[in-house]
Design a protein around this ligand. Structure first.
Ligand SMILES: *Cc1c(COP(=O)(O)O)cnc(C)c1O
Length: 394
């Protein structure tokens, strides 16, 4: 008997993968052959117009590299330890200071990723005996933080602040209440009703935590996100963000009051059981914050471009949901049809990721268009035309 024929305790994986294949839900790892560029991508030796990058402002290749290289050369690469031991160095502290100034908060804390920031923050704020109110379309890292916290989780329908208001009215027996939401939803591109949420939080003495992952650098006059855009920043005590999207780098963060940040640095397990990022990463973050402040025209242009593409797609009869941002979903429904459209677009020279469960609920598969500052209006128009051709042939 050859080794491959011997029964193994992992044989079930083969069957499960087969099931995913049958349901059009299997993911195939790709290799990006070109340098990261929000306008173009090379896959399988073909150059495509790229609508799958969250580097919305084109910072990843413009402006961050030199700062990172300089610091890497002077300070080395790995940070050597958790931030609480010896990992937190001069560049990290400088970035936290600049981040707090930029965000107009008392303090800031860097996490290895946005994922770690959400999980660490939620598990530090609530536990058994507490209750969390979570939007049904919150990012997976929020969902995982909620589950890990041990608190009761009450999911409310997407964007439905009336329903939230009713549910929270019945939760006065819990020790602490936490409302948590994305500000700009990562798949649907729509905005949370933060003006209502701040009021509900205040009325019910609930903590409010808002994740600005896709909005930092893009929304608000100063680029601080949707909280700034809607004028509610001072009423959102816990704000999370990441350097990995519009800021073109990596690393999550939390901004808020000094006691909040002190508490998180004492309690968040994803903070102190994980090695601090290299200082060069913090240097890239500092450069990104400067660019956000120096180049406000990029975000204005980006949102204007996105608006015109969204309008065009709607005129062509596509469903784009409630998108109000640079993330434009084309709502399809079934995963097999979504994949077929994504393949057709690829044939036409466009990369648009087909998003299927578990990234979206069953029956809500979609094409996710990420518009970037680096796209020309010709590129956007060509995409709309290609989609129209897919419809007439599909
Ligand atoms: C991407 C994303 C995160 C995770 O951020 P990373 O830095 O990529 O780990 C968290 N929240 C939301 C809403 C996101 O879209």
């Amino acid at each position: 008997m050859s080794p491959s024929q011997e029964p193994s305790a992992l044989d079930w994986i083969h069957d499960e993968l087969q099931t995913l294949d049958d349901l059009s839900l299997r993911r195939r790892l790709m290799i990006r052959e070109s340098a990261q560029d929000p306008a173009h991508i090379q896959l399988a030796e073909r150059r495509l117009v790229n609508f799958g990058s969250n580097d919305y402002l084109g910072f990843a290749r413009q402006g961050l590299v030199e700062s990172a290289m300089q610091v890497a050369q002077q300070r080395g690469w790995g940070s050597g330890a958790s931030p609480l031991v010896t990992g937190r160095a001069t560049e990290h502290a400088a970035l936290e200071g600049e981040l707090a100034t930029f965000e107009q908060t008392e303090a800031a804390l860097l996490f290895p990723t946005g994922y770690a920031a959400n999980v660490g923050t939620i598990t530090s704020l609530v536990g058994r005996g507490d209750i969390i109110f979570s939007d049904a379309k919150n990012h997976a890292s929020i969902v995982d933080g909620c589950r890990l916290s041990g608190a009761r989780i009450q999911t409310y329908p997407h964007l439905d602040s009336d329903c939230l208001s009713k549910l929270i009215g019945q939760a006065s027996e819990f020790r602490r209440r936490l409302i948590v939401t994305d500000s700009l939803f990562s798949m649907d591109g729509d905005l949370a009703p933060l003006d209502h949420l701040v009021q509900i939080a205040e009325d019910h003495q609930a903590m409010l935590m808002v994740d600005e992952a896709h909005a930092t650098g893009v929304f608000g006059e100063a680029g601080r996100g949707v909280c700034e855009h809607l004028g509610v920043e001072s009423r959102v005590p816990v704000r999370v963000g990441t350097f990995s999207k519009a800021l073109g780098s990596m690393g999550g963060f939390v901004v808020g009051s000094r006691p909040l940040i002190e508490w998180l640095s004492n309690r968040a397990r994803t903070y102190f059981f994980s090695t601090a990022a290299p200082e060069a990463i913090a240097a890239a973050g500092r450069a990104a914050l400067r660019l956000v402040q120096d180049e406000p025209g990029r975000r204005v242009n980006l949102l204007r471009q996105a608006e015109s593409l969204r309008q065009r797609l709607q005129d062509d009869g596509w469903q784009v949901g409630r998108s109000a941002s640079q993330i434009i979903p084309v709502l399809i429904g079934q995963p097999d049809l979504t994949l077929r459209l994504a393949d057709q677009l690829r044939e036409e020279g466009f990369f648009v990721p087909g998003i299927r469960p578990p990234s979206v609920p069953a029956g809500e598969s979609l094409l996710r268009i990420s518009v970037s500052f680096a796209h020309t209006s010709d590129m956007l128009q060509a995409l709309a035309e290609a989609l129209a051709r897919c419809r007439s042939t599909g």
